[in-house]
Design a protein around this ligand. Structure first.
Ligand SMILES: [Zn+2]
Length: 66
């Protein structure tokens, strides 16, 4: 069983529950890592308690607000 050479393969991506991939530990892909990062940043903003402050206009255009 040469497949057991990777003990880290037991880790699971916290985003989609797939087996984590080494370059993106503990995530399975950069996409999931980005998802978690965005969640973290969103949470950080809330925790930081910054009132109605906009993000310096640096937000990505994937969520158009009107
Ligand atoms: Zn994933």
């Amino acid at each position: 069983m040469p497949d057991q050479a990777k003990p880290q393969s037991t880790a699971r991506c916290p985003i989609c529950a797939r087996p984590a991939a080494e370059p993106f530990q503990p995530f399975c892909s950069k996409r999931c890592a980005d998802v978690d990062l965005n969640r973290w940043l969103s949470g950080a903003y809330v925790v930081a308690g910054k009132d109605e402050e906009d993000e310096d206009g640096e937000r990505t255009p994937d969520r158009p607000r009107d």
